[in-house]
Design a protein around this ligand. Structure first.
Ligand code: M6R
Length: 362
């Protein structure tokens, strides 16, 4: 069932354009160009969002926060389910709690969802396993359509979660009157381009493979990004740790000076995820700081960003895209990087040590 692929993980990385496309069909009406939550939900009826999730799904939630707040002006908190459920959070009436989970069975996320229901909050679950406990118990089921994900390291489930959340943020922006009909149409067009651009982003594989031997020799790797790309930095670091067993940390690039820069030396690759946007110049400064200290920088950017990369940086060029879908388009390069480094190391990519696909114990 792996087809021509050596591992499920890389097969699933390559299934992302389809997963993204299938997920979009649940949120976007291609004829009317209208975007909405499956089953219908009015985001004007809530005052706050609380996203709860674990691991990679939590990082999808972090990306969503940027979109819901910026596009829809909707306050959005995102918390790791195991922390949320035990810290006795203050409940704001009018909050919609959204659990995000591939399996729909993760014990902490399920418990947090039940906790929110017991407090009388409206709930929704963004899940990939549509017969799961969360799918059954949540007030609303907002599906992802990634199909079964076998690899323990989540890839297509993650981008499907980001797809669903991005579509929901556009719906929220329209329903809350933050964008007009024309802007909604434009954003929907951008959304509908995502599957093709995610497909194009797989074209970085050769560039990534060429760098994988060098990275496989590192003991530590740092990932940096700004805005929604900071969440991709965390996700990139998690992916690398999980399957290659190399110690990796993701940081918001602005935090570099507040500690992690002390780790910079020629043996610690710094992977910077930075499409050209209004913060790009700031990230260029971060790269220069690293280079000045003898650090090794690998920049994942677009064509325009590549033209402005400081000398001495290795560049991986992803497709140019609207910022709305950059987290989707830049996901494949970091997944492929983790994959090829793990393959270099001879690791069991689909069954990493100590990990289970679904964490049903607390
Ligand atoms: O099934 P879930 O989405 O609830 O799982 C959450 C995490 O356990 C999961 O994302 C985990 O972090 C993956 N191994 C990441 O690759």
């Amino acid at each position: 069932e792996k087809g021509n692929h050596r591992h499920f993980m890389v097969k699933e990385i390559y299934e992302q354009p389809d997963a993204c496309q299938h997920t979009l069909t649940a949120y976007v009406d291609p004829v009317t160009g209208h975007v909405s939550a499956p089953g219908g939900f009015d985001f004007a009826s809530v005052t706050r969002l609380q996203i709860i999730a674990c691991g990679t799904a939590f990082y999808a939630g972090l990306i969503a926060r940027y979109l819901f707040e910026r596009l829809a002006g909707l306050p959005c908190d995102v918390e790791i389910a195991s922390e949320f459920r035990y810290r006795e959070p203050a409940v704001t009436p009018g909050t919609l709690a959204i659990a995000v989970s591939q399996s729909g069975e993760t014990a902490d996320t399920l418990a947090a969802l039940r906790w929110c229901q017991a407090k009388g909050l409206k709930t929704a679950a963004i899940v990939n396993a549509h017969e799961s406990t969360m799918a059954r118990e949540a007030g609303m089921l907002w599906p992802t359509h990634a199909g079964p994900e076998i690899g323990v390291a989540s890839t297509k489930a993650f981008t499907s979660q980001v797809t669903a959340l991005t579509a929901l943020a556009v719906a929220a922006a329209a329903q809350r009157g933050r964008i007009d009909a024309e802007e909604e149409k434009r954003l929907v067009r951008v959304l509908l381009e995502a599957p093709r651009l995610v497909g194009e982003s797989l074209g970085v594989e050769e560039m990534v493979q060429a760098l994988s031997l060098e990275i496989s020799k590192a003991r530590d790797v740092l990932y940096l990004g700004r805005g929604a790309m900071s969440a991709l930095a965390y996700e990139g670091a998690l992916k690398l740790k999980e399957i290659s067993y190399i110690h990796a940390e993701g940081y918001a690039a602005g935090e570099l000076k507040h500690g992690p820069i002390a780790l910079v030396d020629e043996a610690t690759p710094i992977i910077v995820i930075a499409p050209t946007d209004e913060l790009f110049e700031k990230t260029v400064s971060n790269m220069s700081e690293v280079l000045a200290r003898g650090g090794r920088v690998i920049l994942i950017t677009d064509e325009a960003g590549a033209a402005h990369a400081p000398a001495g940086v290795s560049v991986i060029i992803a497709p140019t895209c609207d910022p709305l879908i950059a987290p989707l388009v830049f996901a494949a390069p970091i997944q492929l990087l983790a994959y090829h480094v793990a393959v270099q190391k001879g690791a069991d990519v689909d069954q990493p040590r100590n990990l289970a696909k679904s964490v049903t114990v607390e």
